[in-house]
Design a binder for this molecule. Structure first.
Ligand SMILES: Cc1cc2nc3c(=O)[nH]c(=O)nc-3n(C[C@H](O)[C@H](O)[C@H](O)COP(=O)(O)OP(=O)(O)OC[C@H]3O[C@@H](n4cnc5c(N)ncnc54)[C@H](O)[C@@H]3O)c2cc1C
Length: 424
């Protein structure tokens, strides 16, 4: 009999295992992939942006109660200290924190060594077939007080996890299986049926850090173009969020960090059937007046026969420029020196205020994070314990919290993993 079994050896499960074991609990960590921490290795382009020093609640979507309670117990400074104690100094890039090695593999290796030191039983490549709550109690086992809380476990019903490699019993159970973002890294929703069999309900996972299929530009012609842009989401006519950064244009629509930063609310809105648009400013470095003045000036000073397209050469990526000229309604072959005031205004509008209609998020297989998860009303937001089954805890992305890019999602995994691992 283990004190606690943790299902899922991703970021939150690893943190839960290290926390519980460091408090003296006998821990088993069950993972269905052939190794621990597969998703961590992919984070931050292999560099693992593991937290951020600007940890405000507004960087997150989902349950504010969970985020506030969580961060009040384990914040970015605790994360930095935790990894420092595991031998990983932090590298601070304008508040974005990475391991000093800039290698996500260092983080996984540090957990591997820590779990070994703490005698955690790590079982990988295991397939869970059933989670049972009935039939075992801890009454007849030697109960150990948790040194952190001095709370005895006699009153708990235990858990029996049936797998293809036998069954494992524990007094407590922590589920850290993630949602369905990037399922090839392990979070494939395969445990949802068992979670629901325990009486819990899971809000539909929605891709939250992801690109979107859009209409409104000929995306096939501009696929592969990357440019600095400001993107602003408009949901049912209301401007909602905006972000500036490197926009990536693809044959299906838009992607890249600025799109990721506004994606959670757009995904939720599309799921509710709301109308979603993105207004793209392809030249955020120019104001409308500056761009209008620039185009007029180029027109006045152009004395040869060059076309509008040739006249604006160098202002933007040439494929993108041509597409935006088309969208403005001005012919790209029109002589640059013959532009009218209205032409200049149309071009400015097209370059700085192109609206694309957002159809759907790309699938979860391309998403870094999913929104949704266990309904918050079913858990104690302070301890992350189930309100249905005593001794059952949830952590990580499986809870209804998702952050923007920048170390926020891993911080939530560390925060919630720590709280679940404390088993208050
Ligand atoms: C490409 C990419 C880059 C990212 N970069 C960053 C970044 O730089 N910074 C940041 O903050 N966030 C980043 N994220 C997001 C971050 O990685 C996740 O939010 C975080 O890893 C979630 O941790 P988790 O423990 O909740 O879930 P996961 O990491 O998904 O772990 C869940 C674990 O449970 C296991 N599991 C699932 N089902 C079962 C089952 N039935 N039986 C047994 N085991 C099971 C899975 O195999 C997996 O190991 C990135 C995500 C991706 C995909």
């Amino acid at each position: 009999m283990y004190d606690v079994i943790i299902i899922g050896a991703g970021a939150s499960g690893l943190m839960a295992a290290a926390t519980a074991a460091s408090k003296g609990a006998r821990v088993a960590l069950l993972e269905h992939k052939d190794d621990i921490g597969k998703k961590i290795l992919a984070t931050g382009n292999g560099r693992c942006n593991f937290t951020n020093t600007d940890m405000s609640v507004n960087k997150f979507h989902g349950s504010k109660a969970l985020i506030k309670n969580g961060l009040s117990q384990f914040n970015y400074a605790d994360t930095i200290r935790f990894f420092k104690e595991l031998g990983i100094p932090a590298y601070d890039n304008a508040g974005y924190i990475y391991p000093n090695s800039r290698q996500a593999a260092s983080v996984v290796a540090a957990f591997r060594m820590e779990l070994m030191r703490l005698h955690v039983d790590v079982k990988t490549g295991i397939s869970i077939t059933e989670i049972k709550t009935a039939g075992i109690t801890t009454k007849d086992t030697k109960s150990v007080a948790n040194p952190a809380t001095n709370k005895k476990t006699d009153d708990l019903t235990g858990y029996c996890i049936q797998t293809d490699k036998g069954s494992f019993k524990s007094k407590r159970l922590i589920i850290a299986c993630g949602l369905t973002a990037s399922p090839k890294l392990g979070s494939d929703g395969s445990l949802f049926r068992q979670i629901e069999a325990l009486g819990h309900h899971i809000q539909k996972p929605l891709p939250a850090l992801c690109g979107f299929s859009c209409d409104g530009l000929n995306f096939k012609k501009i696929t592969g173009v990357r440019c600095d842009a400001t993107v602003a989401s408009v949901i049912d006519g209301q401007m909602t969020e905006q972000n500036t950064g490197e926009l990536q244009l693809a044959d299906y629509g838009i992607s890249g960090i600025p799109v990721f930063q506004i994606s959670s609310l757009m995904s939720r809105a599309l799921d509710k059937g709301q109308r979603v648009k993105v207004i793209i400013d392809f030249l955020p470095a120019f104001s409308d007046d500056e761009l209008n003045g620039y185009i007029k000036d180029r027109s006045i000073t152009t004395t040869d026969k060059r076309s509008l397209n040739e006249m604006l050469n160098g202002l933007l990526n040439n494929k993108l420029l041509l597409e935006l000229i088309h969208k403005s309604g001005v012919s790209p072959d029109k002589k640059g020196r013959l532009l009218t005031d209205d032409d200049c205004k149309s071009l400015t509008r097209s370059i700085k205020h192109t609206a694309v209609s957002v159809k759907k998020p790309r699938g979860a297989e391309f998403a870094q994070v999913c929104a949704g998860g266990i309904y918050t009303k079913e858990i104690d937001v302070r301890t992350l314990e189930s309100k249905i089954h005593p001794g059952l805890y949830f952590c990580g992305e499986l809870l209804d919290v998702d952050g923007i890019c920048g170390g926020y999602n891993l911080q939530w995994a560390w925060t919630s993993g720590y709280i679940a691992g404390e088993m208050q």
